[in-house]
Design a protein around this ligand. Structure first.
Ligand code: SAH
Length: 380
């Protein structure tokens, strides 16, 4: 008798077989193609099929750690709205909202600013059908009902506030390795001695156009260096710039990554809170890469926007007053609840936790006042 197959794994086996067939017929593929399929294949992609976020799932993010995170993002947005002249309506959008927790907490806290929530038209820009369902449930009782969009370009015209946490790290990256003085693409192929397993293989030399995607500071790294190209950043920044030139707006990106480009492989896969091999189980693990904040900043400047940050998440939240808020929440609670809040706060702001690795950057229409908690970008 044949072994029963767990239904959850069947589409993943198909995705694996499809990727292998594609490699067999077309040759090894860029890391970005592997990443895009592994995350968003409609049947078996990681985000396409699951709700991976939470303590009992694969990984946990700041909005899931504490309600204070989304609340401060909401207060930040409300303040920016005031700085734009309190337009009515204002488009309030979130890129990659996960469970919807951040938007839910942001709308609750944003209600403290008179008129803000009433002015807000909420859009959730989400690629995953499974997560849209979760977002709908989380926001069922929210003061404003969201619309779901697939792209920034689909947002209604007018003034806008665009928020995101851990969105940029899912954008597919490419990789290149320097061999004998030549940058060659690092591709995903099959292991020579075991055609049932994926492996990194070296492709041809990068074209001149592709070499231009390497951060200038890294182009002269020595042989053996690995660099990452982020072709998906520019379309996001450019779509925001198009909006922000037509009407005022602020966009906030919070993510993990470096403030200066660095050589090295940052592609990582996480399942059940553990790092796993990124090629082992496409669809079964979250695949992300470090954000290059300088890249986002330079794209923003090139597109004619004002840029603020990057600054560490710890400094950003502390500057907005999260410690005072945590103390207020703890007042009158049991010692256990107080300790839990202190622990949440630490996870968000302590330098050895999320406080420094996670960074905050904002893009804004030219000439608007600086957003709260962030200084103008210093290209030096
Ligand atoms: N912001 C949430 C979720 C982070 S996980 C949190 O902090 O908890 C990344 C989210 O981005 C998921 O909702 C994922 O489905 C979405 N996502 C990733 N790439 C996307 C894309 N290109 N377009 C729209 N949504 C995307």
């Amino acid at each position: 008798m044949s072994q029963p197959i767990d239904d959850e794994f069947r589409p993943r086996e198909q995705l694996r077989a499809q990727l292998m067939a594609r490699i067999a017929s077309d040759g090894a593929m860029p890391v970005s193609s592997f990443m895009a399929e592994a995350l968003f294949d409609p049947m078996a992609g990681y985000y396409a099929t699951k709700d991976p976020l939470g303590a009992d799932k694969d990984f946990i993010t700041a909005p899931e750690i504490s309600q204070m995170f989304g609340e401060f993002i909401g207060l930040w947005a409300a303040e920016c709205w005031g700085q734009m002249g309190a337009p009515h309506p204002v488009q309030l959008a979130e890129l990659g909202p996960g469970t919807g927790r951040m938007m839910s907490d942001a709308l609750r806290a944003g209600a403290a600013a008179p008129g803000f929530v009433e002015a807000a038209q909420v859009s959730l820009i989400e690629a995953s059908p499974a997560l849209k369902m979760v977002q709908g449930r989380t926001l069922a009782n929210a003061p404003v009902q969201p619309r779901w969009l697939r792209l920034i370009d689909e947002m209604a015209e007018g003034p806008s506030l665009i928020l995101s946490n851990e969105f940029l790290d899912c954008l597919p990256i490419r990789q290149a390795v320097k061999v004998d003085g030549v940058w060659r693409e690092r591709l995903v192929g099959l292991q020579p001695d075991d055609q049932t397993r994926f492996a990194f293989v070296l492709g041809g030399a990068l074209s001149e156009a592709d070499q231009a995607l390497i951060a200038p500071a890294l182009r002269h790294e020595p042989d053996g260096s690995l660099v990452e190209l982020r072709p998906a950043d520019a379309p996001v920044v450019d779509a925001i710039a198009d909006r922000f030139k037509a009407a005022p707006g602020y966009a906030l990106f919070i993510d993990y990554g470096s403030s200066m480009p660095e050589a090295g492989d940052t592609l990582q896969a996480i399942a059940k809170h553990q790092k796993v091999d990124p090629l082992d189980d496409p669809g079964g693990a979250d695949l992300t890469a470090w954000v290059d904040f300088q890249h986002i900043a330079e794209l923003g400047l090139a597109a004619g926007l004002d840029v603020y940050g990057p600054t560490g998440q710890g400094a950003f939240l502390t500057g907005l007053g999260i410690e005072t808020r945590a103390a207020a929440l703890a007042r009158g609670r049991s010692p256990q609840d107080g300790a839990r809040l202190t622990r949440q706060l630490e996870r968000l702001i302590a330098p050895e936790e999320m406080g420094e690795l996670f960074k905050v950057i904002a893009l804004a229409s030219k000439g608007l006042p600086p957003p709260p908690g962030l200084d103008p970008y210093n290209p030096g």
